[in-house]
Design a protein around this ligand. Sequence first.
Ligand code: FES
Length: 156
Amino acid sequence: MSLNLAAHRAELDAVITREKPKGGALIPVLHQAQELYGYLPKELQDYVAEALGIPQSTVYGVVTFYSFFTTKPRGRHRIGLCLGTACYVRGNAKNLERLSRELGVSAGESTADLRYSLEVCRCIGMCSKAPAIMVGKSVHANVQPDKVAEILSLYE
Ligand code: FES
């Protein structure tokens, strides 16, 4: 999939123009770029590097260091499966297996139709109702493997 850089270039350039004179523009610009395009492929990273006058390797280093940046397109519905201690102990690894099987992807991947992304995260503050998963901003608590398909069906 190749990026249509022109699609949001005007908005991105406006952010770069606003942020560049301030120090530490890179992270806010990358946040906005990801907001606009959904992910940060190499072509977009290079554009940001050039526009800010910093090395491509610096941009790449920041993008790969922070887990909230992604270089791959994400699905419309982001599934965050918690593997914090409480969720792990109460069986969320089995839910992960079931989700992977239902979706045909591993953690860190998105379905081919970009409907879902499957990600593993750490504690989401629902330990007392573990095991928990988030889909977008919704939390599903006390999840058991036989409920996974039902949960997925809630998200078009
Ligand atoms: S460990 Fe999963 S919600 Fe806290």
